[in-house]
Write a protein that binds this ligand. Structure first.
Ligand code: TYD
Length: 138
């Protein structure tokens, strides 16, 4: 799939002197229904996460606190996204290799996913990812 499908989505933000509020509805603000939520936290400085692709999974990544970078790669093009606000996030379509790095201290990375955890959906070897990308184009 093309990296052009992956994009930053701005979420609704209800500003209030008591504290702001944002929300995400599956199929409304992001282009899939939410089946799973997971989050990365207590990430040590200099740590890298990700380094895999998913065959079918759609994801939406939000920096709930602090900041980090997500590097996406569709096999032809790479893009780096810096996430540092809780009222926007990055939509990641299937078949995107992703690396997460540059975590600030105290960063919390929340991921909304379109399916339950399934190890068989992962591609964890970059050369296998490139083979799958080539096969999809053929
Ligand atoms: P992984 O997806 O490789 O982490 P990251 O992409 O953030 O570097 O997952 C790390 C471990 O956690 C792996 O052993 C599988 C497990 N895991 C679950 O059991 N359920 C989940 O929903 C996720 C995302 C991971």
């Amino acid at each position: 799939m093309s990296i052009q499908r992956c994009k930053i989505i701005e979420l609704p933000k209800i500003t209030d002197p008591r504290g702001n509020l944002s929300f995400i509805e599956g199929g409304q603000h992001i282009p899939f229904d939410i089946k799973r939520v997971y989050y990365l936290y207590d990430v040590p400085g200099g740590s890298d996460r990700g380094s895999h692709a998913h065959k079918n999974l759609h994801q939406f990544i939000v920096a709930m606190s602090g900041s980090f970078d997500v590097v996406l790669d569709d096999g032809a093009e790479k893009k780096r996204f810096h996430l540092n606000r809780s009222y926007y996030g990055l939509y990641v379509c299937p078949m995107m290799w992703r690396d997460l790095d540059n975590f600030s201290s105290g960063a919390v990375c929340m991921v909304l996913a379109s399916a339950h955890y399934d190890e068989t959906d992962y591609i964890r070897d970059y050369s296998k990812f490139m083979t799958a990308v080539a096969a999809a184009k053929a």
